[in-house]
Design a protein around this ligand. Structure first.
Ligand code: SF4
Length: 370
């Protein structure tokens, strides 16, 4: 699936220029992603600002129309459906946005917000609606007394719980959660993540969870997808990817998480990852090559690396790998040399023209939203 934004209009032209590009080409927000979201799994999507993760989430539900490609749900192509048919399918495919304040109509009380989807899609008596509204509130750990409140009378965490309750009102099978805990206090984040995990389990939901916070993604995901400039850099089992990342970009992200040991943190903060290029003017070949500490040479600048499947089942898009390769063991760089404990090469790879990890800047606080 691809989603490119034309830069013909004044708005997208301005967006392109703000992203550091020119008016010449489209903004390639999502430039060819292909993956399965499995039943009852949480697939975490992580990457820096501008990597295309939110655009991808909205395109999957056709809240914005993809430029090309196909999106299949239960064997049916969503891209072929009329607006009316798509509206019907959205009972099963829900989206949770980052900002609950703007997702909830400020003029409606909580009970009206929760009644709305039930009225639109279900034929229920008033008593049955009331019973279901109470049940939804309990499911998201809110007291039923909030029913008569307006959104502005609730905290940010409570508002997001109302958004989640609305999202599950019609027993969906898929939820795309776009930065659902960003901006909330850490303790509130943790509680909402637990609530989401419980709901996912109870309802056998498939959850596409988009975030820029690696700790959050690791906490909630069964599998993780790392996006870079609209491409999948690495996709695989969450524990495997975080324990021993293979793609140089995933390794860079992992190194950006602060360590508890002061010496380790000092090493890491000394690293320099630079800014991601503009999606309207992406680098040739591998889009990560200008920042890559494991750069091989011309092939990285000239050929886009196709995704290959490693022996442990994860996929990686990097010229260092071929189908069926064993993952490179932890503590070794992609050329096979020993690395320091923080994952940086013990031997300076710049001898082959590659940038040193010491030249790759940190992206701070486990939060990759540069
Ligand atoms: Fe780095 Fe080359 Fe792999 Fe891209 S293909 S991640 S530039 S080594």
């Amino acid at each position: 699936m691809k989603k490119h934004f034309s830069t013909d209009s004044a708005t997208t032209g301005l967006l392109s220029r703000l992203l550091g590009g020119s008016n010449a080409g489209p903004v390639k927000a999502v430039d060819g992603v292909s993956f399965d979201l499995l039943e009852n799994e949480t697939l975490g999507v992580v990457g820096e600002s501008g990597c295309g993760k939110s655009t991808m989430g909205k395109s999957l539900l056709r809240l914005i129309e993809p430029t090309s490609g196909d999106i299949r749900y239960d064997g049916e192509s969503l891209t072929d459906l009329s607006d009316r048919e798509m509206r019907d399918r959205r009972q099963h495919l829900q989206l949770i946005f980052q900002d609950p304040g703007s997702s909830l109509n400020p003029r409606m009380k909580v009970k009206h917000l929760l009644r709305e989807p039930l009225t639109n899609f279900r034929s229920l008596s008033r008593e049955e609606q009331e019973r279901q509204i109470d049940e939804l509130l309990q499911r998201v750990d809110l007291p039923t007394t909030v029913k008569d409140r307006y959104p502005h009378e609730l905290s940010g965490g409570q508002q997001q719980r109302v958004v989640i309750a609305r999202a599950i009102a019609l027993d969906p099978e898929v939820i795309v959660a776009d930065e659902p805990v960003t901006g909330l206090d850490v303790s509130v984040q943790s509680n909402i993540l637990s609530t989401l995990a419980d709901i996912q389990d109870e309802l056998d939901l498939s959850l596409l969870f988009i975030a820029h916070d690696l700790a959050v993604i690791r906490h909630i995901s069964d599998r993780v997808m790392v996006l870079y400039l609209g491409h999948i850099a690495e996709l695989g089992d969450s524990e495997a990817v975080f324990a021993n990342p293979q793609h140089p970009y995933t390794r860079m992200l992992k190194q950006s998480i602060p360590r508890s040991h002061p010496e380790q943190e000092k090493d890491e903060v000394g690293a320099d990852t630079g800014e991601p290029p503009s999606p309207s003017n992406p680098p040739s070949g591998c889009p990560f090559h200008p920042r890559c500490p494991a750069y091989i040479g011309d092939v990285c600048e000239q050929e886009y690396p196709e995704e290959v499947e490693l022996a442990d089942g994860r996929s990686v898009a990097c010229h260092h790998f071929e189908d069926g390769d064993e993952p490179v063991p932890e503590g070794r760089d992609l050329g096979g040399s020993e690395t320091d404990t923080d994952g940086s090469p013990a031997v300076d790879p710049s001898a082959d023209g590659a940038a040193s990890v010491a030249d790759v800047p940190d992206v701070a606080e486990g939060n990759v939203d540069g």
